[in-house]
Each structure stands twice: as C-alpha cells, then as structure tokens.
Ligand binder design. Structure first.
Ligand code: FES
Length: 110
C-alpha cells in the first residue's frame, strides 16, 4: 500500500496588480500544472506525492514560491520548465535543485 511521503505546496496567492507581488501573477498556476504533469508521468510517484495550491508563503518578492515537505526545502522563482528537474532530481533522486533553493524565507506575509 502506498502513502504520501512528500507534499509540495505551491503558492497560488493573488493580489491586486498595484500591490505587493504575488505568485499567481507570476505564473504559479502554470507551475502547479507542470508539476502535476511531471509527477503524473512518473508512475512510481503515484500515490506518494501530493501537490497542493496554497496561500502566501511569505517571501513574495522572490516568487513564485514552492516548498516541499517533509524536507522543508524552499524553492524560489520557479518556472514551469523547472518542474521536470524538481521531480527527477529532488523527488526521485533525493537531490534538491540547488539553483532554485531559497533557504531563509522571511515570513512577512500580509
Ligand atoms: S504571494 Fe507567493 S509567497 Fe507571497
């Protein structure tokens, strides 16, 4: 029996255009879809990885943001084309994608 061993949270927060940056305005819906597609393409991950849209994670200026638990690895400025590398390197290979890491998120959400 499989169980969820990793959980990805993708910020999908929306704000008015004139406000602080938001991950939705920077394409987080496309990132969410790309992650779902990349995970769906790897049968060995089915039933073991959950991808959930979430509200603001805090470091809005560095977004789009993504965090993966249980490791607590944060990724910044993620693009849809990064999804396959996150799945292959991090989820399957156990090696976080260093070029996208954001280790010290400030939690100054509003
Ligand atoms: S809006 Fe995405 S981290 Fe704040």
């Amino acid at each position: 029996m499989s169980r969820i061993t990793r959980h990805l949270f993708v910020c999908r927060n929306e704000r008015p255009v004139e406000g602080r940056p938001s991950c939705s305005a920077r394409g987080s819906a496309e990132i969410f879809a790309a992650l779902q597609k990349a995970i769906g393409g790897r049968q060995e991950l089915w039933g073991q990885v959950a991808v959930t849209p979430c509200g603001c994670l805090g470091p809005c200026f560095d977004g789009p943001m993504l965090v993966i638990y249980p490791e607590g690895i944060w990724y910044r400025a993620v693009r849809p084309e990064d999804a396959a590398e996150i799945v292959e390197s991090h989820l399957l290979g156990g090696r976080p994608v260093e070029r996208l890491r954001h280790d010290t998120p400030d939690q100054d959400e509003d």
